[in-house]
Ligand binder design. Structure first.
Ligand code: F0G
Length: 458
């Protein structure tokens, strides 16, 4: 692309469209009340711009739809499996690749195998399903993010980095209780912030020094590699696939949700070098997901992912992807809306603690903002704060480290005018933020409460 022009355009044109359904503010107010003020509970057709998640919601390419026609649905040894396996190993050459229907299935299998009471699994920040799967095994999920990562406004190029001193002291004291060290790239729960190659190297060295396996939660590996390319000294001359392969070479395995960077509507995998662990995991896979050459997926899904992986690392795409997320974040910042900075890769995170300072954390300021964005403008976001993380394994409730509202950007799905509309709505809601009420939970399920909890305004 000619770098002398400043406008970074979508590196695609639209081939097939889906209608959006317009609704009125009073219809939306009724819909959200009916949904128990939980945005997960809305009918998606009542949502205008759906920024709930970037997971499984991206637009597949012409070439992915074409690949789907090559799907071979043989139970065992399908050619689609071998294409998928080769595409994964092109970037992540682990000895064993175990396909799953999505990321959490890979987590469930791994932590059922290596977790258990008395164990600790450190991570920069566990995503909600990762934390829940670690805890479901009886183990403790411990977040060891650098201090800057907890400060919404601290400007640090790699706010997803692991706190190396904290990791080392944990490994020094409790090495035998740590079955695996995880690193989430990019750090979703902490604002979509990248981890530097230098930090990944250091985590790898520490793990190998203490002889503990090092795994990546690599859903957004391509976006993370782009940030390394853009921000890390000595990396700008490298190709994205080379950076990805170096990251993979530093780890002993990975869990993956292929619903993110690889442009899948469904899919995931677990990969590792350890033969003994792989055999245990495959045995569980057969119990819960399927035969090891399809996991929880159809042959056509494997084909779509093999093609999507190739598209995920294209520099024109990644430049557009990261720039278009920053476009939204920078506009909100300019309008005085507090956002996590620097802007992350797949989403913009509004700092609801600052914007709704009148609402205490246990009255869920992030939920209050999410409900208002929907009611006023039909935008669906997600709370990443005390609703998601407040309930502790011992039954107590405590405020989360941050109260964020995430506007996640589905890949290749919305245009710049959709984003301009979002900017207008968020700015209007933010101006009126002091009038928004807090919330109380009227129904709370025993785990992962944010998905199905019911609320009422105070
Ligand atoms: N790890 C991370 C960092 C994630 O962001 C997700 C999913 C998972 C694991 C689990 O993968 O959904 O395929 O089972 N994140 C989605 C989100 C749901 O909205 O951020 P999954």
């Amino acid at each position: 692309m000619d770098q002398s022009f400043k406008t970074i355009i979508e590196p695609f044109r639209i081939h097939s469209v889906e209608p959006l359904r317009m609704t009125s503010e009073s219809e939306r107010a009724a819909a959200i009340e009916f949904a128990g003020f939980n945005l997960f509970n809305l009918h998606a057709q009542d949502v205008l711009i759906d920024l709930l998640t970037d997971s499984g919601t991206g637009a597949m390419s012409r070439d992915q739809w074409a690949a789907i026609q090559h799907g071979d649905e043989s139970y065992a040894g399908s050619p689609s499996w071998f294409r998928f396996e080769a595409a994964v190993k092109e970037f992540f050459p682990f000895r064993h690749v175990i396909p799953t229907h999505q990321g959490r299935a890979a987590e469930k299998i791994l932590f059922s195998t290596v977790g258990g009471a008395g164990r600790i699994v450190p991570n920069n920040t566990h995503f909600d399903t990762t934390r829940a799967n670690v805890e479901a095994s009886g183990a403790e999920a411990r977040d060891l993010l650098i201090a800057e990562g907890h400060d919404a406004s601290a400007l640090h190029p790699f706010k997803g980095n692991m706190d190396l001193d904290a990791l080392e002291s944990l490994l020094k004291e409790r090495r035998d209780d740590v079955p695996v060290v995880f690193l989430t790239i990019t750090n979703n729960s902490g604002g979509g912030q990248p981890v530097s190659l230098g930090n990944i190297r250091s985590v790898s060295e520490l793990c190998h020094h203490y002889d503990v396996p090092f795994f990546l939660d690599a859903c957004r590996f391509a976006e993370n590699a782009w940030f390394i390319h853009e921000r890390e000294e000595g990396q700008s001359g490298r190709q994205i696939p080379d950076i990805v392969r170096e990251i993979a070479s530093l780890a002993d395995g990975m869990t993956m949700s292929a619903k993110k960077d690889p442009f899948g509507n469904i899919g995931g995998w677990l990969a590792m070098n350890d033969d003994v662990l792989a055999e245990k995991c495959r045995n569980l896979l057969i119990l819960t997901e399927g035969f090891p050459t399809y996991g929880g997926l159809a042959g056509r899904d494997l084909e779509a992912l093999a093609q999507g992986l190739k598209e995920a690392v294209h520099p024109d795409y990644l430049r557009y992807r990261i720039r278009s997320t920053a476009y939204l974040g920078e506009a909100l910042d300019k309008a005085g809306v507090p956002v996590v900075k620097p802007i992350g890769g797949h989403a913009v995170y509004i700092d609801a603690k600052t914007l709704l300072a009148h609402i205490p954390p246990l009255q869920y300021p992030g939920q209050a903002l999410s409900v208002a964005l929907y009611t006023v403008g039909g935008i669906r976001s997600v709370e990443i704060g005390t609703v998601m993380f407040g309930r502790q394994p011992d039954g107590s409730e405590k405020p989360a480290a941050m109260e964020l509202v995430r506007l996640a950007i589905p890949r290749r799905t919305y245009t710049q005018s959709h984003v301009d509309y979002v900017i207008e709505v968020v700015t209007a809601v933010a101006k009126d933020a002091a009038s928004l009420p807090g919330y109380r939970m009227t129904h709370e399920p025993p785990s992962l409460r944010h998905f199905t909890a019911q609320f009422e305004p105070l």
